[in-house]
Design a protein around this ligand. Structure first.
Ligand SMILES: Nc1ncnc2c1ncn2[C@@H]1O[C@H](COP(=O)(O)OP(=O)(O)O)[C@@H](O)[C@H]1O
Ligand SMILES: Cc1cn([C@H]2C[C@H](O)[C@@H](COP(=O)(O)O)O2)c(=O)[nH]c1=O
Length: 223
């Protein structure tokens, strides 16, 4: 039976890597896939993984209708056996409904990948609809850790060095640790994955470190 599977987990747990692995493995098995993404950090129409893998994909904009797209491909003689849908949190609920119809009425597998909730801990509308409609959800096995060592379950947004709780739902960016590892100028917005306790208390790695090592001022003036 074809399935709509929602692979989820916090930022930086390997979703895009798995998306590209699924495509690679199914392609080797003789199946034909179509790749989709939305607002990937690497730019439009690309699925990119932090492990360095990258593949072109169709950019999912607000006006893309999955049903019409797939029917168009099939009726023009192309073969499509499955869809790989990355950054699915950014899809609209209507687009997720179209994906479910593609599974049920065209008998194609749909593998969707995305984060569940935003920096305010609210479900993305696309992810909420995936939870409602998918045949099954899979939580990825690589579990990123909060700075305290607990499993990280929530995505915090960092701006100006501080965790923020106001702002627009969509702000494309990388996690602070990955951003620092990659070098380059610090962007305005980064993310940090935290356990729920520290997300609630707004305690990031930086604020925890500052609390452990309070500013030693005032210095004794050297003579
Ligand atoms: N240098 C590395 N060596 C091994 N694994 C890495 C390396 N860099 C990143 N990763 C793995 O890649 C994961 C992030 O993959 P990615 O697919 O970009 O995540 P997501 O799409 O969930 O944000 C990290 O959790 C880590 O397991
Ligand atoms: C929490 C949160 C995240 N985003 C953005 C940041 C990234 O560009 C993607 C998640 O990508 P990943 O492959 O899972 O690392 O989502 C956002 O726009 N708003 C948010 O609240």
């Amino acid at each position: 039976m074809p399935e709509l599977i929602f692979f989820t987990g916090p930022m930086d747990c390997g979703k895009s890597t798995l998306a590209l692995q699924m495509d690679h493995t199914h392609t080797l098995g003789g199946r034909r896939g179509a790749l989709f993404t939305s607002h990937d950090r690497a730019g439009a129409a690309t699925i990119s993984s932090r492990l360095g893998l990258e593949q072109p994909a169709t950019e999912v904009t607000g006006d893309l209708d999955f049903w019409t797209w797939v029917v168009g491909r099939l009726t023009s003689g192309h073969r499509v056996d499955y869809l790989v849908c990355d950054e699915a949190q950014f899809y609209s609920p209507a687009q997720v409904d179209q994906l479910a119809r593609v599974v049920d009425d065209l008998q194609l597998d749909v593998f969707a990948f995305g984060i569940l909730s935003d920096f305010q801990t609210r479900l993305f509308p696309g992810s909420a609809r995936l939870v409602e409609l998918c045949d099954r959800m899979e939580t990825l096995q690589v579990r990123p850790l909060c700075w305290c060592g607990e499993e990280a379950t929530h995505n915090a947004r960092i701006s100006g060095g501080r965790m923020v709780t106001e702002g627009s739902q969509v702000a494309v960016g990388d996690t602070r640790v990955e951003q620092e590892a990659a070098g380059g100028p610090a962007p305005e917005v980064t993310y940090e994955v935290l356990c729920r306790r520290h997300h609630r208390r707004r305690m990031t790695a930086a604020t925890a470190l500052a609390a452990r090592h309070p500013d030693p001022l005032p210095f004794e003036e050297e003579r």
